[in-house]
Design a protein. Sequence first.
Length: 172
Amino acid sequence: MSTSMNFKQTPELAQFLSTAIFDSDHGAEEQAVQAFAQAASPDLQKKVLDQLKLAAAEKDLSVEEIGNVANRWFGEAQEARDWFLEVLQLLERHQKTSPDDASVAVLDSNGTPLSEGDSVTVIKDLKVKGGSSDLKRGTMIRKIHLIGDPDNIECRVDGSTLVLKTCFLKKA
């Protein structure tokens, strides 16, 4: 292991800290962690948990680098380590209490079950809120992500992450 924490070696943790946690006030981590755990894939959650464990065990934490990435001020390495452990416990607790994605039956407009990574087709022109373009009927969307909600899925279209209602989708 290196002599100090390097976020280039833990890109998922750096992304988590700089996006999910960055805007939350100190003490409001629980809401930020809960939102992350609901939106992130189980694989990403596991990577972040593993990287948090490594960071908390690190002997030479760079409090300046952690503070910059996480938008926090730490007076000493032990304070940063304690904060990592607190966030780690929040993630572990939420992961245990969150429903398993496989237990929620997600069905398309025809009643066909959808699975993680499936491809779907849009069956109706859809306006994209906050977007400059609309989704046209017949648009193929690959690699959908199930979010634990039977009525919605998450996907990427033209570089943007969208949440779509399953009643407007047909399994391809």
